[in-house]
Write a protein that binds this ligand. Structure first.
Ligand SMILES: [Fe+2]
Length: 308
């Protein structure tokens, strides 16, 4: 049975498994009432620390309206705490004037978003951080504004085309400062899709791993999907986040359901809710159990190899 917030029953236009309950969330803002979002009612409260909601500072939300629409979409997925993470190239930190200019833009847009979000979404807790591209080997993270909600954790990524050969050393340099790097979407790097040695090097350097929800549903192609599930099967990933860019669908609830189907509720909650929820308090992620290997056909394995 489906119900809206006024508790009236509505028709579900998407397939539902037998016995599964869905709740329809109808966004109240005029700009987003055209679309309905769905979430499983038994998805726990989720903290998402990888997304791009600050208006007009990166490739995420282009306007305040898009930012607020993005928050509404994420809220409908069961997300009630958000650390939003605009892109930042680490090399910019060495170019003070350019960095100060970018930071001023981010500060201005953040202030506008924070005020509007407090007004429109008082139930959503909103922080910020950055998604830092490690394009130089040493990055000084002593300024808490660079870290997730001012905690000891920092969200980092590497250039997509090719992970630099000294990537583990760059992560080690962060941990030596007393901070803890979380590598964003490791499953999306071709170097990781080919072999897992790299992620073991990263974890050995003190990093933890955050898989994108969309990867687990094939939104970035079969190679990222396979790599994402492999990391969960190995039990080396600590977090799943949306990497939502404030446009289109957000797949957190569906990915939660997919993970739970191949493990159990406790494992899915660790990845989506419990471990992310520990970040603002600078608490380390709890160990996550392995998900079951996926049963794939010979053709799908061939196709995945062909596509990669
Ligand atoms: Fe991102």
């Amino acid at each position: 049975m489906l119900r809206n917030r006024a508790n009236s029953v509505v028709t579900c236009p998407i397939p539902v498994r037998s016995g599964e309950k869905l709740e329809v969330i109808i966004a109240t803002r005029a700009s987003i009432t055209k679309s309905l979002s769905y979430r499983l009612v038994n998805v726990p409260a989720i903290l998402d620390f990888h997304n791009h909601l600050i208006p007009a500072v990166d490739d995420g939300a282009a306007s305040l309206e898009e930012s607020l629409g993005g928050i509404a979409t994420m809220a409908a997925q069961g997300i009630d705490q958000i650390i939003t993470t605009p892109h930042l190239r680490a090399s910019l930190l060495g170019q003070r004037a350019k960095f100060d200019s970018y930071l001023a833009d981010v500060q201005t847009s953040w202030a506008i978003l924070a005020e509007a979000a407090t007004r429109d979404f008082p139930q959503i807790k909103l922080w910020r951080g950055f998604e830092i591209l490690l394009d130089v080997p040493d990055v000084d993270l002593s300024d808490p504004i660079l870290r997730l909600a001012g905690s000891t954790f920092a969200l980092v990524e590497f250039p997509f085309l090719s992970v630099p050969p000294n990537s583990a050393r760059a992560l080690d340099a962060v941990t030596k400062q007393g901070y803890f790097p979380i590598v964003a979407h490791p499953e999306r790097y071709p170097d990781v899709q080919r072999a897992h040695e790299l992620v073991h090097e990263w974890v050995g350097a003190g990093a933890s791993l955050q898989v994108n929800a969309g990867s687990l549903l094939g939104r970035y192609g079969p190679a990222a999907e396979n790599a994402g599930w492999s990391l969960l099967e190995l039990g080396v990933a600590s977090y799943v986040c949306s990497d939502y860019h404030s446009a289109g669908a957000c797949h957190t609830a569906q990915a939660f359901d997919a993970v739970r189907a191949r493990s159990d509720n406790a494992t899915a909650e660790l990845l989506f809710s419990v471990n992310p929820g520990r970040i603002p308090g600078s608490a380390a992620a709890l160990p996550v159990g392995s998900v079951q290997p996926r049963k794939t056909s010979a053709f799908s394995r061939f196709w995945a190899r062909y596509k990669s």
